[in-house]
Design a protein around this ligand. Structure first.
Ligand code: FAD
Length: 388
């Protein structure tokens, strides 16, 4: 077993104190943990939701498949109420601002952007309406899989024992390590997302339009879209870790007048590691079942990670209406570990294309310009599954 800080567990095992026994523990209080708890709680199962809430800067884009899953979970209206509808994806060259192509969304299909905090607030509000969900805010130190039960030990020494544990503690977390038996820290990813949320009034009007702006550069790309009723713009700039050194904003943004405001050193950018795409082949072992990023590490390039997490939880909810708990978990794990593979591969391939450098990046931009919206639409339609 390994920890996030890679210290040997034997050196600093907490002193064990209370033991709490629950039928179901969900580890992780992010989008996956809350969605899983809502699916289980809606079916009447008592759930103990344990973990630290995530840091929630910035926004998320959600597409028709994500909204369909949110609808099954009874969350679509609350989230849509807080969301900004997006009409199109406009693709430009990052250095010159040249328009390459654009994909207009059919108004019948829901594409929207929403702040992460608003999503979390909606999930927490829904979970709080279900009296069978109990919350504990703590950090888990160890996950152990026994023959009869699974056990979590917190950093304070509290022991949480459960018949079933849902591991929703994000990519490369303790649940994934317990299930796979991997006991070494994953290497730090070579690619980064620099994320910022900026007041719309501080940026050119091009950023404020109700659309996703994708700017493709040389070994890097930028995505932006409005959130919070258009008052703020969510920006994600992806590049290799070795380029994020002092003065990176000046080097990356100063050539394009549209981006020159982003060189302001007062802007705070969150540096997020982007782990390579991975779908675990097995999501359930003994009394532990994974879902969300813990089970599928989804590169953000098609904006599908949270959407697919909602699909995991919606799948579980449908199965819980038909089968006993263990069978529903078995089937969710078996079905979703296959279903999510195609989208994860496509997200990884999109990332490879977006990070092309040098002459290859110029060839990519020319190709996108010539291929036009029809090609891009057919690439993305399968992902968004608007017609299903
Ligand atoms: C740059 C970027 C942009 C993205 N954009 C989009 C987008 O537009 N649309 C989209 O659908 N998806 C997007 N995603 C993906 C999306 O953010 C994730 O798929 C989603 O947040 C996964 O949720 P999760 O709950 O599985 O994991 P996490 O959000 O990582 O949550 C895990 C939770 O577990 C807790 N936890 C972890 N370990 C412990 C422990 N030991 N003890 C206690 N608690 C613990 C954490 O504190 C956290 O609360 C993006 C991702 C990135 C990086």
């Amino acid at each position: 077993m390994w920890r996030q800080d890679n210290t040997a567990l034997t050196k600093d095992l907490p002193v064990m104190t209370n033991t709490v026994t629950s039928p179901i523990v969900v580890l992780g209080r992010g989008i996956a943990g809350l969605s899983a708890a809502i699916a289980l709680g809606s079916a009447g199962y008592p759930v103990h939701l344990i973990g630290r809430p995530p840091a929630t800067p910035g926004g998320l884009q959600l597409s028709p498949n994500g909204f369909r899953a949110l609808s099954s979970l009874g969350l679509d209206k609350a989230i849509l109420d807080k969301a900004d509808r997006l009409n199109a994806v406009v693709i430009k060259a990052l250095s010159t601002n040249r328009h390459l192509t654009e994909i207009i969304h059919d108004p019948k299909h829901l594409h929207a952007a929403v702040s992460r905090q608003d999503v979390m607030d909606c999930l927490v509000a829904k979970a709080e309406t279900l009296s069978c969900i109990r919350f504990t805010d703590t950090e888990i130190h160890t996950v152990q899989l026994g023959t009869e039960k699974a056990t979590l030990v917190s950093v304070d020494g509290d022991i949480f024992s459960a018949d079933e544990v849902i591991g929703a503690d994000g990519p490369k977390g303790l649940a994934c390590a317990a299930l796979t038996g991997q006991n070494s820290m994953p290497p730090q990813p070579a690619y980064r997302a620099m994320r910022a949320e900026i007041e719309a009034a501080k940026l050119p009007t091009a950023f404020r339009r109700p659309l996703t702006l994708l700017m493709l550069g040389d070994g890097c790309h930028m995505v932006s879209y409005p959130i919070k009723g258009g008052s703020h713009i969510n920006l994600v700039f992806c590049t290799s870790a070795d380029k994020v050194t002092i003065g990176w904003q000046q080097r990356c943004f100063s050539l394009n007048p549209l981006l020159s405001n982003l060189t302001d050193p007062a802007i705070s950018w969150a540096n997020t590691p982007l782990y390579p795409a991975e779908v675990l082949p097995v999501w359930r072992r003994a009394h532990l079942t994974l879902l969300g990023d813990s089970a599928h590490v989804m590169p953000p390039h098609l904006a599908q990670g949270a959407g697919q997490t909602f699909v995991d939880a919606a799948c579980l909810k449908v199965l819980l209406a038909e089968k006993p708990l263990a069978q529903a978990l078995d089937q969710m794990a078996a079905t979703r570990s296959i279903e999510v593979q195609a989208i994860t591969k496509k997200a990884a391939a999109s990332g490879q294309i977006m990070r092309l450098g040098g002459i290859a990046s110029q060839a990519r931009n020319i190709f996108i310009d010539i291929a036009g919206p029809h090609f891009m639409n057919s690439w993305l339609d399968e992902v968004w599954q608007a017609e299903n």
